[in-house]
Design a protein around this ligand. Structure first.
Ligand code: NG1
Ligand code: ZN
Length: 551
């Protein structure tokens, strides 16, 4: 350990760049790629420890900075279930990444092992699967991670290569379930479950000629590369990939990708007025975010956006409908009680929340960050969560899946496998295979969207019209110390400084459908302001006046 730590000294200012420290935020450690090796090496040590603590279960390391610029990089750890590393280890992660010298690092590690009862020595084993995105600093950071892992006796590193973030999370989960954790197993699962979904589309639902055509903006990242690999096997879908990451096509996340399209609401690089009317999707650089869009007119570069909230709404409608079909079936002796929960954050457009509540669904809120949403979603038989920016998935409890399996057996033994109930059961089973259970996954999400659109015989327009988004505005405010703002109620209210919430309330009552909240960002040194109102002018004005109180 001493040897490895001395090979990766912290920058003189103590890590993370000028004057700042590494902090394990909503997305792990993230910084300029060139400054990351010490943090990534230490993340390797951390991951090996995590696996040792969990009796040698496989954990994961992903080297990516997602939608951020190509020069940035980052590292995060996946727990054995494929989800984010347990939050109570984050403070150890911070301390480890910022330990000033090899001796301090060694002391910290030994103390932590003692406190947590982590078994050290040659009788114990640890496994860490590693994946990275296409960033040029990835290979060099992978080496730093490997050195960190190999410094721990008994730890075994397995490099899974260049992958989407959700592929690596899926592999970690699979490995611990005794399922083959290879890329081909992942692809096979997607392709087969997508085919099952299409086989279950009612025969009368054939769309027009554009219905199967989809153009995908791959953000010049890894998602487009993987989609190219499997698209020929996705029968029933005609996919064209742009910004595919091929040499000369453009720079990762630059003027393209899900974050760009969702924030700027304009066409990504490589799209033109000739694409008017075609359904398009955009992935982010590591393919864990997905949004849809359509070029609105031939005269400007604006798009009609379908964000994470509307993807969630489509999923919720579909799942609710299947549950209703199952439970309305006269031949089902026992109904299938299912607790369906929708999880959003304060950034969800108010119109989406209203739409979901009007359907009679249970909608709950958590703070920003997938780790909070995912955890909440696991409390339901079926939990659907999405951030407005397009990160989300649907999680099915194991108990519910086994109830579906028994019901499918019961129905087929009664010769009911032509019935509507049986088909609905099979659709939910296929959905649970198709949609990544570990983490939000743009590729599996995209196939789920496509299957549902075909099932409903819906065009992009039908989907858009589910509800109209309320106009909104997001602003960033630079402050001296963003941690001086403390929030409560899933970040919808400010608790400190207490006068700030009163000021926000006073501004908000002046607007019809006004809603506004502020929170310190977990990934940037800013305070974010979000406002919604009946018109764009009002949303802009509310955001602006509240930003003045913050700054
Ligand atoms: P912060 O910087 O904490 O707002 C951003 C996104 C999150 C999440 C994380 C992780 C918004 C408003 N915030 O967090 O949703 O995606 O990055 O990447 O989009
Ligand atoms: Zn991402």
């Amino acid at each position: 350990l001493l040897d490895v730590a001395s090979r990766f000294p912290l920058p003189n200012d103590g890590g993370g760049g000028a004057g700042c420290r590494f902090s394990y935020g909503t997305a792990g450690f993230r910084a300029d790629g060139a400054t990351m090796p010490p943090a990534v090496c230490r993340a390797g040590i951390l991951a090996a420890f995590r696996s040792l603590k969990l009796a040698g279960a496989a954990v994961g390391i992903v080297i990516t900075a997602s939608h951020n610029p190509v020069g940035d990089n980052g590292v995060k750890i996946a727990d054995p279930d494929g989800g984010m590393m347990a939050q109570h280890w984050e403070s150890f992660a911070d301390a480890l990444a910022n330990a000033p010298d090899p001796d301090a690092l060694l002391q910290l590690v030994l103390q932590f092992a003692k406190d947590e009862g982590i078994p050290l020595g040659s009788h114990h084993t640890a496994q860490v699967l590693l994946g990275r995105d296409t960033r040029p600093t990835g290979e060099y950071l992978l080496d730093a991670a490997l050195q960190g892992i190999n410094a721990i006796v008994g730890a075994h590193a397995i490099d899974m290569g260049i992958l989407t973030t959700p592929q690596l999370h899926w592999m970690v989960r699979s490995k611990n379930k005794g399922v083959k954790a290879s890329e081909s197993a992942y692809f096979t699962q997607l392709i087969n479950s997508f085919r099952h979904m299409l086989e279950l589309v009612p025969k009368d639902k054939s769309g027009d000629e554009l219905a199967n055509k989809l153009i995908v903006d791959g953000a010049n990242g890894i998602g487009g590369v993987k989609l190219e690999q499997i698209k020929a096997e996705l029968s029933g879908l005609d996919i064209l990939v742009r910004n595919s990451g091929k040499e000369g096509e453009g720079i990762l996340n630059h003027m393209c990708g899900a974050d760009f399209v969702q924030k700027e609401r304009v066409t990504p690089h490589g799209f033109s007025p000739e694409d008017v009317g075609v359904r398009c999707a955009s992935l982010d650089g590591d393919a864990d975010r997905l949004v849809y869009f359509r070029v609105s007119s031939a005269s400007d570069n604006k798009v009609d956006l379908v964000d994470g909230d509307k993807i969630l709404s489509l999923f919720a409608l579909f799942i609710r409908e299947q549950l209703d079909i199952i439970n309305d079936g006269s031949k089902v002796n026992k109904p299938l009680p299912a607790k369906l929960g929708i999880v959003q954050t304060a950034y969800a457009n108010g119109a989406s929340t209203q739409f979901l509540k009007d359907l009679g669904l249970e909608v709950v809120f958590t703070p920003t960050g997938v780790k909070y949403l995912h955890k909440k979603a696991l409390e339901y038989d079926i939990g659907i969560y999405f951030e407005a920016n397009g990160h989300g998935t649907v999680v099915f409890s194991e108990n519910f899946i086994s109830q579906l399996e028994s019901l499918s057996k019961e129905l087929s033994s009664q010769d009911d496998n032509g019935s509507a109930q049986y088909h609905a059961v099979m659709r939910l089973m296929a959905a649970s295979q198709l949609i990544n259970q570990a983490v939000g996954d743009a590729l599996s999400g995209l196939l789920f969207v496509e299957a549902i659109l075909q099932y409903r015989g819906w065009s992009f327009q039908n989907w858009c019209e589910l509800y109209s988004d309320l106009p909104s505005r997001q602003l960033k405010v630079k402050v001296i110390d963003r941690s001086s703002i403390v929030t409560t109620n899933a970040e919808t209210k400010v608790s400190q400084p207490s006068s700030l919430q009163e000021l926000i309330d006073k501004e908000t009552v002046n607007y019809s459908h006004g809603r506004c909240f502020v929170r310190p960002s977990g990934t940037e040194d800013v305070v974010r302001v979000y406002a919604e109102a009946s018109t764009q002018v009002e949303a802009d004005s509310l955001a602006k006046s509240v930003a003045q109180h913050v700054g």
